[in-house]
Design a protein around this ligand. Structure first.
Ligand code: PHE
Length: 359
């Protein structure tokens, strides 16, 4: 075969190769060890100098033109492959996500956000404390000494003795009140905080679960009295239930860490056989509160003749049930998606006072 025909054939083969694999086969057939162009290059060794002078440039020219054509075709095929992938692997960002499963905000999170919003408006900051608490913060500093019957009342989960820290027995906190102690021992008064969080008691039925949620409130300042407590709770409960006709009833009670202690009921009306907050046909207990006991203020290193305050504590799950109408507390912790779809809240519906704290 003459060189011209070989060149024409190879160019045609390069032109019609429509995949990278086919092109590689053409390259091997021309420039590989056994290739047609390689064979021609080898013949140059046996040529006379004159012959080489005429044939040499022709054979080398053939190799160069084939190499150039192969490189150009390879680039073409790679571009075509990229374009094909860009066309077929495109994601349409405008597609509606209608059938995608949607998560909801749990009512406990929703209510905690509502409470944080309401109290932030009254100048309260949010404080936190550990769920694994020592005996001193959970009991002793709150004026509940070792032998006090209130310890039995709390159905405490104790950690084994060998897990004691600094000689203190460790417990799962039974209430959020230890955050009062942690705040007073780490912060200078005046203090205005709320402390929402998980608490634990060994108790379980339709209205009690071993883990539940409380929110604590604490105000420490000069000249604080029961009137401040009553105004704060009234303002909070009206904002939370979003009704002006919320009526409070304060009953004398007992907590070791407050003196005097008051239990707070809210009035309800019965509408279509259902209890609705507002009015005063009946009473429901919603929170415990009182003036912080002198001994508690002293235990935190403050002078009770200078600093006074009030504290309150209530169940977040219970507040959620009263406002949103669930009747079994256990369902809060089942993780049942149907329940969450029914009672859960839209993540974009952030509670605000101006827009209404409830969804
Ligand atoms: N810690 C109390 C409880 O768990 C509630 C409470 C808090 C009462 C603050 C008075 C003051 O029952």
């Amino acid at each position: 075969m003459d060189i011209e025909t070989l060149q024409t054939d190879l160019m045609a083969a390069i032109g019609s190769a429509d995949t990278l694999e086919a092109l590689e086969a053409v390259r091997v057939s021309a420039l590989g060890k056994q290739g047609s162009v390689s064979a021609l290059l080898k013949t140059m060794g046996g040529m006379s100098p004159e012959e080489r002078q005429t044939q040499g440039p022709i054979i080398n020219g053939l190799r160069e033109s084939i190499t150039t054509a192969l490189t150009a075709k390879k680039a073409d095929l790679e571009t075509a492959e990229l374009n094909r992938r860009l066309a077929t692997e495109r994601v349409d960002m405008t597609l509606p996500a209608s059938d995608v499963p949607r998560g909801t905000v749990h009512p406990v999170s929703q209510v905690m956000d509502e409470l944080a919003e309401i109290f932030a408006d009254m100048g309260f900051a949010v404080a936190e404390g550990p769920e694994i608490e020592d005996d001193w913060h959970n009991f002793t500093a709150l004026n509940i000494p070792e032998t006090h019957p209130a310890r039995a009342m709390h159905d405490t989960f104790y950690f084994p003795d060998d897990m004691a820290r600094d000689g203190q027995k460790m417990v799962l906190r039974t209430h959020t009140s230890p955050v009062q102690i942690r705040t007073m021992t780490s912060q200078e008064p005046p203090i205005r905080i709320i402390a929402p969080g998980r608490v634990y008691r060994s108790d379980s039925d339709a209205t009690h679960t071993p883990m539940f949620h409380q929110i604590e409130g604490l105000v420490i300042d000069k000249g604080i009295h029961l009137g401040h407590l009553k105004w704060t709770l009234e303002t909070f409960l009206k904002a939370y239930f979003e009704r002006e006709d919320v009526v409070l009833r304060l009953r004398p009670s007992y907590f070791p860490f407050t003196e005097p202690s008051v239990e707070v009921d809210v009035g309800y009306s019965v509408i279509n056989g259902k209890r609705v907050i507002g009015g005063a046909e009946g009473w429901m207990e919603v929170l415990g509160s009182g003036m912080v006991h002198r001994k508690v203020i002293e235990a935190c290193g403050l002078d009770p003749d200078v600093w006074q305050g009030f504290a309150f504590g209530t169940g977040v799950d219970r507040l959620a049930m009263l406002k949103y109408g669930m009747d079994d507390l256990r369902a809060f912790f089942d993780g049942d998606n149907r329940w969450l779809q029914h009672y859960g809240f839209n993540a974009l519906d952030v509670p605000t006072l101006s827009g209404g704290v409830g969804a």
